[in-house]
Design a protein around this ligand. Structure first.
Ligand code: SAM
Length: 260
């Protein structure tokens, strides 16, 4: 049977005593109530920094059927090892926050595919906008973090993708100029190189970023700005894809071609 996996804060790992403390009530509920694991049962715990700890549940303070905010599960491990499941290529996907559940769906699926970083970008034609880059409710941001953590657990990744706070497009392209060697922007333009040809000409690239536009696409000014920061237009085929489909398609092609 597949062993259950949980990511914990690296500070919860006590390397001296070889114990890990789980105190997130949602994780405790998942372990005790949903999975019905008990003292003596085994599970895998990851620190989100690349290590996996095969553990046994040593103790739990939770009373049957009731989990309190100060409850805690202590797990014991013998030794840690390097967790697998990560791509050898670092892919960053930037996409606008989309209507309804489409953005959250994209977060989950991009995580399963192995994307390293997801950047919600604020575009001139974004349907969902924020007054300022920091005007995102903490609850919503926490929800995004939970979605990628759970998708990483489910897809047996070693790391949780980094979901950054929504960034203005200008901030995003400037930052990527410094961090990503290869940068693409999804464009339904005649001069856009097909994604597979673009990948052929970037063999050896290990750090790739791709920006996907809003429902109404990128403006000419946004394209021009991206080009000055080193982005190249790429085509994702003859059909016009919705933003979340374009993000998934681009990530799939990049990872399937470049992850060795
Ligand atoms: N009519 C819009 C436009 O003018 O761009 C369509 C936008 S599309 C729904 C959302 C985004 O997905 C686009 O801005 C682009 O980044 C990406 N996209 C969709 N289909 C694409 C394709 N065939 N090639 C390249 N990018 C595509």
């Amino acid at each position: 049977m597949r062993r259950s996996r949980f990511f914990v804060d690296p500070n919860s790992v006590d390397l001296t005593n070889k114990t890990i403390s789980i105190d997130d009530p949602n994780q405790i509920r998942q372990i005790l109530t949903v999975l019905r694991l008990r003292v003596g049962d085994e599970l895998d715990i990851l620190d989100g920094k690349g290590s996996i700890f095969p553990c046994k549940i040593e103790s739990s303070t939770a009373a049957k059927g009731k989990i309190r905010s100060n409850d805690r599960i202590i797990c014991k491990f013998e030794e840690a090892s390097a967790a697998g499941g990560e791509c050898t290529v670092r892919v960053t996907i930037a996409l606008p926050v989309l209507r309804g559940t489409r953005f959250e769906w994209a977060l989950e699926k991009l995580t399963e595919l192995g994307v390293a970083e997801i950047v919600p970008i604020l575009l001139d034609r974004s349907v969902i906008t924020y007054d300022a880059e920091d005007n995102l409710s903490a609850t919503k941001f926490q929800r995004w973090q939970s979605i990628v953590r759970e998708a990483s657990e489910q897809s047996e990744r070693a790391l949780i993708p980094n979901v950054v706070s929504p960034e203005k497009f200008a901030t995003f392209v400037k930052r990527q100029e410094l961090v990503a060697a290869t940068k693409f922007i999804g464009a339904e333009r005649a001069d856009a190189q097909p994604i597979n040809d673009a990948v052929d000409s970037t063999s050896g690239a290990r750090n790739i970023c791709i920006a996907i536009g809003a429902e109404g696409g990128f403006t000419d000014e946004e394209f021009a700005l991206s080009f000055t920061h080193g982005f190249a237009p790429i085509s994702l085929g003859k059909r016009i894809l919705r933003a979340e489909t374009a993000a998934l398609y681009a990530a799939s092609v990049l990872i399937s071609r470049l992850d060795k």
